[in-house]
Design a protein around this ligand. Structure first.
Ligand code: SF4
Length: 289
């Protein structure tokens, strides 16, 4: 009989064999690389000569996106440029030296844009109201403007599969609309193409990679905003569903690319009014009628 190692509460987990650790890391990175490559291919995200602005927030997903895109670039059949860009929104305590130090070591072009959107948000949004809507709009505007001025042909964001599914349910429950976050989209102004190369990656894998690599994470709550309660509730709902029936999140994501407009109810998407029987089967054309 084989005895499994007992993990006692409060005791550190036993050290993993370094060879096994390396094997597991390689496997994780390969999986993520494969998923990024497939998403890039499936949605035609990158073309030869693209100059891609990789938006780096300092969170785990954006670090992972940069690492995976750099790895993809080394073996991709097309040639493209990666430019890392961070927006310093002047939130109190923002550690301005962390990203430059990290990016200097990568040997790629990078920029930190300094724009005090924090004060604008604090001034405009009434006390107690959520600040994220205005803050995101200001951030998006600043990044788009920078992309235009610096000749970026793509803007890469670090949203992953779980973000996409959560957004789908947020829109469903709170916006009464069937929409999520597409892996590739044209900005409303029509001047930018936004891509989400992590669209097929799972958050748990990205968290694991971040832990292994020890990315210098910049906390996302420097602005003092409370976590968005509706998104938190959706996260909890999905976690509970996964506990009861693993695979629901992935199946929801798969459903987003397997749509039957004629089986839904949107007359703008499917011509229900124009539905008629095939003329060959129309009443009165049957033999003997
Ligand atoms: S959490 Fe803070 S920094 Fe992030 S979008 Fe909301 S207000 Fe902006």
């Amino acid at each position: 009989m084989t005895l499994l190692p007992l993990k006692l509460k409060g005791m550190p987990a036993p050290e993993q064999d370094p060879r096994k650790q390396k094997y597991n890391t390689d496997k994780l990175v390969k999986r993520l690389r494969r998923q990024v490559g497939k998403a890039v291919m499936d949605y035609g995200m990158i073309s030869d000569g693209d100059r891609i602005m990789v938006c780096l927030s300092g969170g785990k997903d954006s670090y992972a996106m940069l690492e995976l895109l750099l790895s993809l670039k080394r073996s991709a059949p097309v040639d493209f440029e990666l430019v890392a860009v961070n927006l310093d929104q002047k939130q109190p305590g923002f550690p301005a030296d962390v990203l430059p130090r990290y990016l200097d070591g990568l040997g790629i072009e990078w920029h930190v844009i300094e724009k005090d959107t924090y004060s604008v948000v604090q001034r405009i949004v009434p006390e107690g109201k959520t600040t994220c809507g205005l803050c995101s709009r200001l951030r998006r505007g600043t990044l788009y403007e920078f992309a235009r001025k610096h000749g970026m042909t793509r803007i890469a964001l670090g949203h992953h599969l779980d973000d996409i599914v959560e957004t789908f349910f947020l829109n469903l429950f709170h916006g009464a609309t069937l929409k999520a976050m597409p892996p590739k989209l044209k900005s409303d102004c029509g001047r930018h193409i936004v891509i989400r190369p992590l669209a097929y990656c799972r958050e748990r894998d990205l968290s694991q990679l971040a832990g292994i690599r020890q990315y210098p994470i910049i906390p996302c709550n420097l602005c003092g905003s409370q976590p968005r309660l509706e998104r938190q509730a959706i996260k909890q709902m999905l976690a509970e569903w996964e506990r009861i029936q693993p695979g629901r999140t992935l199946n929801t994501f798969r459903a987003l690319s397997n749509i039957s407009p004629s089986q839904l109810c949107d007359p703008g998407l499917f011509d229900f009014a124009g539905l008629e029987v095939d003329s060959a089967n129309a009443i009165g054309t049957e033999t003997g009628a």
